[in-house]
Write a protein of this length. Structure first.
Length: 284
């Protein structure tokens, strides 16, 4: 039997957050409902961030209220602070994610605080999530390159991953936020992270700006990573990372994993339909 590799679908959040034209909640809900039937086990559907910072994500509660929740699927939301956590909990997100940066420049640009301050901000979220029994994932942005600070030292990522793990994250998603990584820089970063954090607690989150995300996924597979974030239709980017357009497309990752002999449990025909829907939602 083929070994299982999970694709964590982030399109409705990481994909759509970058769209400048407002997308109606009903269209987001329709996309999530199709994704739910494609076989994903985790789908990130919302972000409880400041609507002044990311207007497109202001309707997270409406989206979570409107989706048809498939049994066994975890619907996730980003939470930058306690206000976001309270919103995600009230909207019945199945899991939440805190998001930090390995570089100071991106931390300031994205969440308006230093790395150390962000960890202080996350501490009450972690305590509340633990008390409420809500699983918490952790993101690290700019794991190899930062649009403001240049190359990121692998040790910096390893240190932050260990801290997020200690804070209670069940999995750490390693973000090549601006898609500038290559198999060598991804491997060097992963080797450093793996000294303190096991591969089964890691996910690769690679944007495809330079067309290297699939190669970076293959390099990560060789080092034992078995979860990859992707966005259907290749939607996405981060509004606070110049040049971050394009998450790696879920359907491309699924096809490459199938070629490599891995099972993803995804229905390629439904995925193709979802990709078409996602592309129609794009303003550019
Ligand atoms: P701030 O301006 O320092 O915070 O922003 P503040 O506490 O002064 O709040 C500013 C305003 O936002 C206030 O409103 C707050 O009430 C409100 P005002 O008083 O001016 O009317 N506010 C909120 N509203 C709703 N929900 C909330 C919330 N918090 C404050 N939770 C803050 C700090 C963290 C809030 C802001 O910087 C922010 O929202 N940043 C999020 C940016 C973002 O969402 N980026 C994209 C996601 S990360 C990403 O894409 C990377 C990833 O994919 C991995 C990778 O690829 O690397 C995960
Ligand atoms: Mg991202």
């Amino acid at each position: 039997m083929s070994e299982f590799v999970e694709i964590f679908e982030v399109g409705p959040r990481d994909g759509l957050q970058n769209e400048s034209q407002m997308i109606a909640a009903r269209d987001k809900i329709a996309l999530v409902d199709v994704l739910s039937s494609a076989g994903f086990k985790r789908i990130e559907v919302a972000s409880f961030v400041s609507p002044k910072w990311v207007p497109q994500m202001a309707d997270g509660a409406e989206v979570l209220a409107g989706i048809r929740r498939a049994p066994g699927v975890s619907y996730a939301a980003l939470t930058p602070n306690m206000r976001g956590y309270d919103g995600a909990k009230a909207a019945k997100a199945d899991e939440i994610a805190i998001f930090a940066s390995a570089s100071e420049g991106f931390s300031q640009a994205n969440i308006n605080c230093s790395i150390a301050e962000s960890l202080e901000r996350f501490a009450p979220i972690a305590a509340a999530a633990l008390a409420d029994g809500i699983p918490m994932r952790g993101y690290i942005s700019c794991v190899t390159d930062c649009p403001f600070d240049g190359p990121t030292a692998p040790g910096q990522v390893a240190d932050l991953a260990a801290k997020l793990r200690a804070a209670g994250c069940y999995e750490i998603s390693l973000g090549d936020t601006i898609g500038q990584a290559n198999p060598d820089s991804i491997s060097a970063m992963l080797r450093a992270v793996l000294k303190a954090t096991p591969a089964n607690m890691l996910a690769g989150h690679y944007h495809d700006t330079a067309g290297r995300a699939l190669a970076n996924i293959e390099a990560s597979l060789a080092l034992g990573v078995r979860v990859f974030d992707a966005a259907v239709g290749g939607l996405g980017g981060c509004p606070y990372a110049p040049g971050a357009a394009g998450n790696v497309a879920s359907e491309a990752v699924a096809a490459r994993l199938a070629d490599l002999g891995f099972a993803t449990g995804l229905d390629q025909a439904i995925l193709a339909k979802a990709a078409q829907m996602a592309r129609q939602m794009r303003s550019t």
